[in-house]
Design a protein around this ligand. Structure first.
Ligand code: XIL
Length: 448
């Protein structure tokens, strides 16, 4: 279904059947001012990982529904969540996500069927014969329940070791069933839902290296022997230790040349500002340069709920403001807008975030630091609030101008109000504990 059709279906589902609403929905799809619609213009999906527990939060769900065309349950389809006891399947949380996605016209990626992690202990205690039966039963249980509703399944996740050996990772499946477990899982999966694309998914396979070579050789072997496999997922969790590889596109292309689709399945890039934005641009550019790269998924909606939240690796900050990385992705997808251009929903809206850390600690006091980071537009001033536990008093504060009212200290800049888009400054303060070691609460940052 095209994005426009999906958006119309979405508007209709929401009861917005008036012609004006349908026109508006079609118009916004044409303007390609969201990640999903811009990616659709390139023939790709743009997805995010979703946690069922946040679907009741208005900002979270509004951002999800507006921007993304595919969802991956972050944890809810894993073995520990779906079959905690042998033969006892629970789909409540995963169903919430799938139902939500369907009602919004979004596609769903299935993650994941056979993985060494988030695996209940009963699986590891089975002998080989029972384990084989249990593995196939698990695949059939999950894929049967969601038959026809999942565009791509991560059938096997992370079966290869890190490091230079290219060897298989030790797991109950590998250790008891041997190399053939992957092939068996894919054959079972094909029969369970013939319409779903079947993917092998892994990390540290984004560039050409020993691990990606091992996966490459497996896929090549599967293709030559007719073992059913349709796609390879590249998790793409990047940070300073694991940067976006310079041969990313080349690596995606060599897999595509084996006759499989490639998908970027769990993208997140630690960092901020223009450096982070530039890395996102590289990733999107690599996918768009490979015709069989069918879509991208970021591993969460907002930095706050990221599994690596301290690295602020996603496209929306804790207040659901679009970060420079968002603008970069939208621009790379050929979307309307980009920084400072008309048509970008966040255009011209100044914003900032405030994050707190305790930088020193002693028995009677501590030093706190609040880092202020501008959003996707430059700012000329900011205001942050710090609420202190009742007993505590501030003995000094630097790089900021405080005013205090009761327990709430409002801090404005001293010399450091002007920030470029994505740039940061910080203020610090020394607190006398007076018997309370509790942390202060830092409120939302406002910018002008
Ligand atoms: C992570 C989730 O994001 C966390 O919430 C959970 O605690 C651990 O798993 N590779 C994968 C994903 O395939 O399933 C992982 O997701 C991240 C690494």
């Amino acid at each position: 279904m095209s994005m426009i059709v999906r958006r119309l279906a979405r508007a209709a589902t929401a009861g917005l059947v008036a012609a004006a609403a349908l026109t508006a929905a079609a118009h916004s799809a044409e303007a390609a001012d969201t990640l999903g619609s811009a990616a659709a213009g390139q023939g790709r999906y743009f997805g995010t990982a979703v946690a069922a527990s946040h679907l009741g939060e208005a900002d979270y769900t509004a951002t999800l529904d507006r921007e993304f065309s595919s969802v991956t349950p972050e944890n809810e389809m894993k073995w520990d969540a779906t079959e905690p006891g042998r033969g006892t399947f629970t789909f409540t949380s995963a169903d919430r996500i799938v139902d939500h996605a369907r009602s919004e016209g979004m596609d769903v990626r299935g993650h994941t069927l056979v993985w060494h992690s988030q695996l209940p202990s009963w699986v590891g205690s089975l002998g080989a014969s029972d384990l084989r039966t249990a593995m196939n039963n698990h695949i059939n249980g999950l894929m049967g329940h969601y038959k026809g509703e999942i565009h791509s399944w991560d059938v096997v996740n992370e079966a290869f070791q890190d490091g230079g050996s290219g060897a298989r990772r030790s797991s109950p499946f590998q250790d008891k069933l041997g190399d053939g477990f992957i092939e068996e899982a894919f054959r079972t999966a094909r029969a369970a839902d013939p319409a779903a694309k079947l993917c092998y998914n892994d990390y540290n396979t984004d560039g050409v290296n020993a691990k990606s070579n091992a996966v490459y050789n497996m896929v090549k072997d599967f293709k030559s022997r007719g073992v059913p496999i349709d796609c390879v997922g590249f998790q793409s969790h990047f940070n300073g230790n694991s940067p976006v590889p310079s041969d990313y596109r080349q690596n995606l292309q060599r897999f595509a040349d084996l006759g499989v689709d490639v998908q970027i399945t769990e993208l997140d890039i630690e960092g901020s500002g223009s450096a982070q934005a530039a890395d996102y641009t590289k990733v999107v550019g690599a996918c768009l340069a490979v015709s069989r790269c069918t879509g991208m998924t970021v591993w969460g909606v907002t930095d706050t709920y990221s599994w690596r939240s301290s690295g602020t690796p996603l496209l929306f900050d804790g207040n659901y403001n679009e970060k420079p990385a968002y603008d970069a992705v939208l621009a790379a997808l050929g979307g309307a807008g980009g920084p400072g251009e008309p048509g970008d929903p966040g255009d011209g809206a100044v914003s900032c975030t405030a994050t707190y850390t305790r930088t020193a600690d002693w028995s009677s006091g501590y030093n706190g630091q609040v880092t202020i980071t501008a959003g996707g537009e430059p700012i000329s001033s900011w205001t942050a609030t710090v609420t202190l536990p009742a007993q505590q008093t501030v003995s000094s504060l630097w790089n900021g101008t405080p005013t205090r009212s009761g327990d709430v200290m409002t801090v404005r800049p001293s010399w450091n109000g002007t920030l470029a888009a994505g740039a940061s400054t910080s203020f610090g303060f020394t607190v006398a504990k007076n018997g309370s070691d509790a942390a202060p609460t830092v409120g939302a940052c406002t910018a002008s």
